[in-house]
Design a binder for this molecule. Structure first.
Ligand code: KG4
Ligand code: ZN
Length: 339
């Protein structure tokens, strides 16, 4: 089979990204223009601002991706783009741009689910990775345990019932005065803290579910901070961060290991922004190795929102003949596995 060269575009949240990917695994370029500095002053992503910033950046980012890959538009086999889930205005910028380009070039268009993209980041960094495996998707907007049965064939085993893991990190970091985005800040400061200093509740449901809940532990941290302030006692930020992180990491690890046992799978791949978390990586490797389970992570640049992962997911759809029509619309609440 000839090589398939895909230009991928991602604009679902606060990163405008474009990449050129060959056969779903080889990245020729991966350009990311982050809006973090713009949103920092608001303490989170402002949707309207995000849309405007995407409009400003998209053409530059796409041209740079093609130039860096040394690929002309005519060499492309398809244009891939994230069409959900995400912020509707942000998604529309990438989608309209991709539609215009695909139409002008007469190339196929492939709409990609952002979460499938995160999962596919693992195919880029682990060339021999093949389904089936269990994927833990942990980002600012999503927390899922997914059984990846085959390429493009997913079953959701567990998910959050309230806040996403990254969202809980961001909210706790904000309460601790650590700034946005909070995940990396908590990760860093936790290294100087005692994770056993404060006992925050682990999100365990009483039924047999493998679902998560992070709002309980987040509220417990906020209550603890309020109580300490009222008593005028000094708050040890590193201890609070480390203790919060322990509660989150333990429940993520427990549930994903349980899933491997139930599904008799010995491979775990992690995906999404929180997959960069050092405590989560260490704990999963430790618990996995005790049980003969291999744990894989993408490199940090592929954990965060990027377009290379979209190009990878698109390839596996493309070779199955799954392309989109020009009336494809943005789907802010697109579920995994839904078309
Ligand atoms: O996947 P991503 O870049 O964007 C979404 O699709 O949401 O994930 C961003 C999230 C943010 O909540 C950020 O705080 C979190 O990932 N994050 C981390 C770390 N790096 C990023 N959380 C914990 N530890 C980290 N090292
Ligand atoms: Zn994401």
């Amino acid at each position: 089979m000839n090589d398939k060269i895909i230009l991928a575009i991602e604009s679902s949240c606060d990163e405008t990204a474009a990449a050129v990917v060959v056969n779903g695994r080889k990245v020729l370029s991966n350009i990311i223009s982050s809006q973090i500095e713009t949103h920092k002053k608001f303490g989170g992503v402002v949707p309207e601002v995000a849309s405007r910033k995407h409009i400003e950046a998209i053409n530059i980012v796409v041209e740079e991706a093609l130039e860096k890959a040394n690929i002309s538009k005519n060499d492309l086999d398809a244009i891939a783009v994230t069409y959900g889930p995400g912020l509707v205005g942000a998604l529309l910028v990438g989608l309209q741009y991709a539609k215009g380009l695909a139409y002008a070039l007469g190339k196929p268009l492939i709409g990609v689910n952002h979460i499938e993209g995160h999962i596919s980041a693992n195919f880029i960094d682990h060339l021999d990775l093949e389904p089936p495996f269990i994927c833990l998707v942990v980002s600012g907007g999503h927390t899922f345990i997914v059984y990846v049965k085959d390429y493009g064939d997913f079953e959701i085993i567990g998910e959050t019932r309230d806040d996403a893991a990254g969202e809980a990190y961001d909210k706790v970091a904000r309460a601790l005065g650590l700034g946005y985005p909070g995940g990396p800040k908590i990760d860093k400061i936790s290294k100087q803290g005692n994770a056993n200093a404060i006992k925050f509740p682990k999100a365990n449901f009483h039924d047999d579910t493998l679902d998560f809940s992070f709002s309980g532990v987040k509220s417990a941290v906020l209550n603890y901070l309020n109580k300490m302030e009222m008593k005028k006692e000094e708050i040890n930020v590193a201890d609070v961060a480390a203790s919060f992180q322990k509660a989150v990491v333990e429940v993520l690890t427990d549930n994903v290991i349980k899933t491997c046992k139930i599904r008799k799978v010995d491979k775990i791949a992690i995906a999404g922004g929180v997959a960069s978390n050092s405590a989560l990586r260490e704990n999963l490797i430790k618990e996995g190795s005790k049980r003969g389970i291999k744990v894989l992570f993408p490199s940090p640049i592929l954990c965060t929102d990027n377009a290379a992962m979209i190009g990878s997911a698109a390839y596996f759809e493309f070779i199955k003949g799954n392309v989109s029509t020009m009336d494809i619309n943005a789907k802010p609440n697109l579920r995994l596995g839904e078309r």
